[in-house]
Every structure is written in C-alpha cells, then in structure tokens.
Ligand binder design. Sequence first.
Ligand code: GLU
Length: 504
Amino acid sequence: MSKNVRVRFAPSPTGPLHIGGLRTALFNYLFAKKHGGDFVLRIEDTDQNRYVEGAENYIVDALNWCNIPFDEGPGKNEKFGPYRQSERKHLYKQYADQLIAEGKAYYAFDTAEALDTERKNHESECKTFMYNWHNREKGRLVNSLVLTSEETLAKINAGENYVVRFKSPQDETLHLKDIIRGDIKIDTNVLDDKILFKSDGMPTYHLANIVDDHLMEITHVIRGEEWLPSLALHKLLYNAFGWEAPEFAHLPLILKPTGKGKLSKRDGDKLGFPVFPLEYTATDGTVSRGYKEDGYFPEAVVNFLAFLGWNPGTEQELFSLENLISEFDLERVNKAGARFDPDKTKWFNHQYMQQQLDLDLAKKFKATRPELTEIDVNYIALVVGLIKERATFVQDFWDLSHYFFSAPTSYDDKASKKALKEGTAELMQKTIEIITTTKEFTIQNLQTNLKSWITDNEIGFGKVMMPLRLALVGALQGPDVFEIMFMIGKNETVKRIDDLIKSI
Ligand code: GLU
C-alpha cells in the first residue's frame, strides 16, 4: 500500500455504542495498525434532533476500555480538525454551492406536505415516489431545474425553506468496487436525488461524510453493511467533485443468536446478554448492561468481536490484539451475516481468565466482597489459582470458594444423604485423630496418612472422603480435599469435621 493508510470511525452520537459499532471501530483500528496507518475518530453530529448528551464520551470510553484508542479525533492530534461535524458546519456550504454552479445539484423548494401528497398519489397507483430524473423536470415539483434563475433567487431571498438535491444521472451503469463484496453494478435509474444540504445551513450525512473523508485524506472507508446502499451516491459525489474516492469495505451484519435477522438490544434483554460494551444509563433512567460491568475482560470482547465476520482461516481462536493486528485482513472478512453466539463470548472470557495472573484476579475479587476485606490478598490469590479453572467471571469466584474463607453454615441436603452413612461419625472421629497426629501439616503427609489408614483397614475411599468434603465445603464440590485442608489449616479443618460430627 503506497499511500499512508488513514481510516476513520464515524459514529453519530445518538446513544450508546452497540457492539456492531464497536466491531466497526475494531476492524478500522486493526486495518490501520496493520498498515502502520492512522485511526481517526470523527463525530457525525449533523442531525441535532438525534443528538444525545454523553454519547460521545461513551464512545471514547468504550474505545479506550477495549484498548483501541484513536490516533486523531476530538481533542487529540487535531491536524485535520475539528473532528465534530457540528464544528465544521461552515465548511460544507461551499461544496453544495460548487455542485449547483456546475449543474450537478439543484435547489428544491417542495414542502413536506407537497411531497407527502406526491407519495400518496403514487401509492394509490401502486407506485413508489422517487424524486429523480423521472419527475424532477415535469413541473409538478418546485425546483431550480424548472424555475428561472430569477425565480429561484427570489425564493431564496424571501427566506423560503429549500434543500439542495444531487442530480443523479439517468441511464448510466455504475461500476463500484467493495473489498469484501467485489464488483457491484448499479443502474443509476434506481437512484433518487438525495438531499445534500438544507437551508438551515446544515449538510446531510451524505455531503458531510464525503467532504470530510476527502479533507481528512481517508484512504479506506470501512463501515457497516447498512451503508452499502449509499455507496453509489458517494461514488457519484466523488466523481462530481473530481476527487479520488477512497476504497470501500462494507462489513457484514451481526445476526441474532438464531441466525435470523439483525441483532438488537431486545435479543440481549431476552436472552440475558449485553449488547453494549459499557453500562449505559439513558436520560429516562433506564440502565443497559455492559460487557465491562458484566465481568468481561476487554481482551475477550476484542477477540469475540474480531470473529464476528472475520476468521484467520486456521483453527486458532485466541488472538491477542497484537496477533489480530498482524493477522487481520479485509480480504478474509465474509459478506454473509455473522451470527452472534452469547455462549462463545463466555468461552472467550473463560479462556482469558486462565491467562490472568492469580494476584490480579485476587485483587479484583477482594474488591467485590466485603467478606474479604481483612483477608491477605496472597491467600486469596492461592484460592483463585485453585478455582479459576471452573469460573467464567470474577463474580463466579465467591460461590466456588467461600469455604476457603469461612466454615459452611449448612450442609447440602442431597450431598448429606449421599455422604452420611452409619458409622460416619466414628470414621470422622478417626480422621480427626489422624490429622492431629500428622507431624507436618502438608498436603503430601495428609494424603499418605489418610490413604494408608483407609487402605489398611479396607474402609473404602468414598466413606471417608465424601463426609470429609461435606464437612469442609458444605457440599460435594470443590478442588482436591487435601489442598482445601492445607489451605484452611489444621485447626479449622478439625473444627469443621467436629461440627459435622455434632450435626449428625
Ligand atoms: N455516521 C454514520 C454512522 O453513524 C457513518 C457511516 C459511515 O461510516 O460512512 O454510522
């Protein structure tokens, strides 16, 4: 790639960033970093009606949490700034004017009611109304193509509302290219004359988007499939201005877990998984869950997002951000929709959990439970090392490990039925004896002494091990009993066995 690669993530700040948007940001980031290029954040806030306070901060926080910060954007390396379109407002009118002057765009004065009537009339004849070459010069629509220049000017000077429409060509075939989808042919006769600019001084998405991509020297536009229908207009606009167009890649949709239809927030609510990276509180107070707050590691989120549409072509599934940067390739992105699998996201989290240092996990765990405030973090780290294999999230730790910190307060019913038989009390009494007389309280010594007593007396392991585990844990779960005894210490072990005997 000869030119310096520059890509942009261009969200509209209309609410929290959905994981689909985050995936777009990630793919842009990976592509930029792979080619030693720049990742730009541009805030597309031209639609003031949909603007949501706090949404921009949310987007920035989400990118930072995922460790995919932008190189250039609001408040950072502003060499192509400003990066909020609302602050670039003054820039766009000249481009609309240029297209009008060159006969490539025109003023239209049709009122919303007039257009509505057109639409209804068409519908009653089972047709779809499109503002384009079909009808723009027939006289029913009011625009500068049918008015004289004096009439047009008079309307503008009188303060009449207008829009600037792009004059889509008639009877042409556009040959478009998409890195993921290959060659696409579009008949220009199916395009309508999209609005580029409004008399309130604001450009529409289409004009602002391509003017900014041009001015910001964007080389590759990587965005969601929902923007594919805009590609023809965007290419026509680049041609109209005589600018070189960037290359385009439209990422596949993210589908519901069933594989049918686009993944929505409602799917998440129904099936109990977040669709946002970070928790979000809407202005009406409703809180939406976030991956971060649900206990996901950012590495796991990045890894599962990368697999929504991309694959390395091998069996490997675990990719650090560095690995992703070196392996990522737009050519390996599928065009078919990517099915979202909530169980797989958990699998990734479990995998990343195993890679974390026990001490780091212990610190997080300690912070979540008041019961652990007084406990030495190094002891917690040892416990974490014993149980993390069975955990997906840090919040699973307590259920898996509470007995390392306090004696069971009850015994599981089913487990009791299974473990407590005739003679259990005597066997447990003997177990206490062996434990107390074991010289050095080590896992090895406990194991040797208890096991040889059991085999020498042909007692049967279950008869001792099951009630012993029940005494220590309160259930028939957990890691190796000898490890548990070692961890909680001799006195506590004896006390718990004694408690069990008393309860029988
Ligand atoms: N502002 C658009 C969005 O919200 C950007 C689309 C594009 O990347 O061109 O997704």
